[in-house]
Design a protein around this ligand. Structure first.
Ligand SMILES: N[C@@H](CCC(=O)N[C@@H](CS)C(=O)NCC(=O)O)C(=O)O
Length: 325
């Protein structure tokens, strides 16, 4: 990680743990917003007006947080406006690196070797992990934001004048309910699987796994009235947040993170929801199972040999079927 702008060598992917051995995720530090006219958003500074071709999104295809932003970018019709750079799926002892793997890009802006170079370019004294996603302003040469939740929200509204869209990922009428369900899904599912995987005590693991499966059961029941999406007929950002974890679950979390009481394939409504989102235009292109399994199973602290499991076959089969349709 970076400490006052310097990369600290003894990098640990396990991140932080609290005194009970629970995994603690770092808080994002660049929180500016792109807005239609460049006025400041809910946090950070102004000066980031929506413009075609001005901003670049840096992502890892293994990463569920980055994938949220990639899906929002596709569904909101922003693919031609906001170019993407994909990092190598394997975390190195210097964090994310560019190039060197099929489907991984070089840094087209500065030829950086590692993601942390962009962070120190943005702030020479930055401290913390050099995470993805990163939204970069190519005009001013600064980092706009590195928090996926913010990036999804700004993609939902900021570019309406340039790329109008009927889809509202965060409609005002549902805002409060979305916030509540998002928080629950984040705590027990999106981050819950990581809490299970990176737990350093049995108690922390047990607590996390209970939370993961309580939330899966709750979502399965919610979708049981045959509503297509979590809030009814229309897709919202909450569906995207659930999807990015569901699509990785059977292939990565079930084995590597030991969230193995059940698979998503055992939940008919969740499976149908996952496939429904996967079939939305452009979404399947954001899912790269090779990057996902390569990335997760190369986390040395959890899998020292780096050996990747052969299965499960059903996730790859689903992706093949959707790609062929
Ligand atoms: N709050 C961030 C979290 C992003 C995050 O944790 N990304 C992980 C990959 S899934 C990362 O880049 N980790 C690198 C590291 O911890 O060094 C967001 O949602 O945007």
């Amino acid at each position: 990680m970076l400490v006052n702008g310097k990369w600290v060598e003894n990098w640990q992917p396990v991140q932080k743990a609290d005194e009970q051995g629970r995994f603690v995720r770092q808080v994002s530090e660049f929180r500016n917003w792109i807005t239609p006219d460049g006025r400041p958003g809910p946090t950070g500074e102004g000066g980031f007006e929506a413009e075609a071709g001005r901003y670049r999104l840096y992502v890892a295809l293994i990463c569920p947080w980055a994938s949220r932003t990639l899906i929002a970018r596709r569904l909101k019709g922003l693919a031609d406006l906001i170019p993407v750079t994909v990092v190598n799926p394997t975390l190195t002892d210097q964090g994310w690196r560019f190039g060197g793997y099929p489907g991984a890009d070089e840094d087209p802006l500065y030829g950086s070797s590692y993601m942390h170079e962009l962070y120190t370019r943005a702030d020479p004294h930055v401290s913390g992990r050099a995470t993805v996603p990163v939204l970069w302003d190519m005009k001013r040469g600064v980092m706009v934001n590195n928090e996926s939740a913010d990036i999804v929200r700004m993609f939902d509204t900021a570019f309406e004048a340039i790329a109008p869209s009927d889809l509202r990922l965060y409609p005002a009428a549902l805002a409060d309910e979305i916030d509540v369900l998002n928080r629950q899904i984040y705590e027990s599912l999106n981050n819950g699987v990581y809490k299970a995987g990176f737990a350093s005590s049995q108690e922390a693991y047990d607590e996390a796994v209970d939370g993961v499966f309580a939330m899966l059961d709750q979502l399965e029941t919610r979708l049981g009235d045959d509503r297509p999406y979590l809030f009814g007929d229309e897709l919202t950002e909450t569906d995207i947040r659930a999807f990015v974890t569901l699509i990785r679950f059977d292939a990565a979390y079930h084995g590597l993170f030991k969230t193995n009481r059940r698979q998503i394939a055992d939940y008919p409504h969740l499976s149908a929801h996952m496939e429904r989102v996967l079939r939305l235009p452009g979404v399947a292109e954001t899912v790269n199972m090779d990057h996902i399994t390569r990335g997760y199973y190369s986390i040395k602290a959890l899998n020292p040999t780096g050996i990747r499991p052969a299965g499960p076959a059903h996730v790859r089969r689903l992706l093949d079927v959707v790609a062929a349709d």
